[in-house]
Write a protein that binds this ligand. Structure first.
Ligand SMILES: [Zn+2]
Length: 374
């Protein structure tokens, strides 16, 4: 068995923040970890070398998008995603659930989810077994069980209850269908914002010996206080000896909240999406590089930053590139933003090791303009 192994190194004395390490056959992932998103087998605008240089130890790819294009035949031909995109470090795939459930006209049955292909309108079914086939063909190091991500507009308790039980049955089927012994498989706890249903889902999902566990159905537009409640109540009920992953988190505020409560892994498109929209993330707050104030600014995006963009270029130059719609502007800001997020998790790790996570958090909000609750 070449699956992953989680090593808990230290728990902060005053919070639930954990410092750990995930051992994989493609290298060690220090935790807490931020995973850049590479939807289509590319982190938008960055070469593999750039992704490594910003310090990424693991990236995420979307099973659903890769299943549609290039498709399993191509991925099979290239012997999996690592070879296809020439990425040698660990990679995690989501199950496709989140994307499928956001499609119009989807139909959920016990078997799985049926939907119209956004490419040609043909009918496609994704079941737990199909999701495992897709992820095993992609060959990610960590695969996710197929779950139901309930539409946030649904507030019907009974629907959530049914969905939690269905997610449990799908989790068991995912576990049964998964047979690649060099790939880890994580289970996903659902239950929305209902405390009793979260508890029910948690007990169900941790009864299956997955290699790690995720909290799903958060970061989907709910108020900060609601995600805080779920994290405070449930993060620490996840097994101590396995990695804990919260999906769709990437702002400093939400990363702090997640880590404080004992989560280890998160992913988000935020740094690269903001980069493409001309906004940089810095230790002081967000910086709009499109602003006319930048025109004659010869400082880097962030003074003291060791990323390629800051080591080589001025705000004035990047603003000029952005205004001319040059590709390089988006690449440079994305490099900086990913470097920022990864430096941020590194700083959290150090604070945990020194039992000063709470001070770190307080200091961060004192010296930056990021919202305390958002
Ligand atoms: Zn930088």
């Amino acid at each position: 068995m070449n699956k992953i192994r989680y090593e808990l190194l230290h728990v902060d004395k005053y919070t639930g923040a954990r410092r750990g390490r995930i051992h994989t056959k493609r290298g060690i992932i220090e935790t807490p970890v931020f995973m850049p998103v590479g939807t289509n087998a590319t982190v938008k605008g960055l070469t593999g070398r750039m992704i490594e240089e910003v310090g990424s130890e693991i990236i995420l790819a979307n099973a659903f998008h890769l299943f549609l294009r290039p498709g399993l035949e191509v991925l099979n031909h290239f012997n999996g995603i690592h070879n296809f995109m020439n990425w040698k470090k660990p990679l995690l795939t989501d199950s496709g659930g989140f994307q499928v459930f956001s499609l119009k006209g989807r139909k959920i049955t016990e078997e799985g989810v049926t939907f119209k292909s956004p490419l040609d309108g043909s009918t496609i079914m994704i079941s737990p077994e199909k999701s495992m086939e897709i992820q095993q063909t992609i060959g990610s190091d960590i695969a996710m069980a197929f779950d139901e991500c309930v539409d946030t507009k649904i507030t019907d308790y009974n629907y959530f209850k049914e969905s939690v039980d269905r997610t449990f049955r799908w989790a068991k089927r995912s576990y049964e269908a998964h047979n690649r012994d060099d790939q880890a498989l994580f289970g996903i706890v659902q239950g929305g914002l209902y405390s009793d249903l979260r508890q029910r889902s948690l007990e169900q999902i941790i009864s299956i010996p997955f290699d790690g566990y995720a909290l799903g159905g958060l970061a989907v537009g709910e108020p900060y206080q609601e995600s805080e409640k779920v994290l405070k109540e449930f993060a620490n009920k996840l097994p101590q000896d396995k990695p804990r992953y919260i999906m769709g988190i990437g702002s400093p505020t939400m990363m702090l909240l997640s880590v404080e409560n004992g989560m280890d892994m998160f992913d988000c498109v935020l740094p690269t999406r903001m980069g493409r929209h001309g906004t940089a993330l810095t230790w002081k707050g967000k910086l709009n590089l499109k602003n006319s104030k930048m025109t004659f600014d010869d400082k880097p995006i962030e003074e003291g930053c060791t990323c390629y963009a800051c080591q080589n270029h001025s705000r004035g130059y990047i603003k000029h590139l952005y205004k001319r719609d040059e590709l390089l502007a988006k690449t440079l800001i994305s490099i900086h933003n990913l470097h920022f997020n990864i430096s941020f998790v590194k700083a959290m790790r150090k604070a945990i090791e020194e039992d000063r996570f709470r001070e770190f958090k307080e200091e961060f909000f004192k010296t930056s303009t990021y919202p305390l609750k958002n």
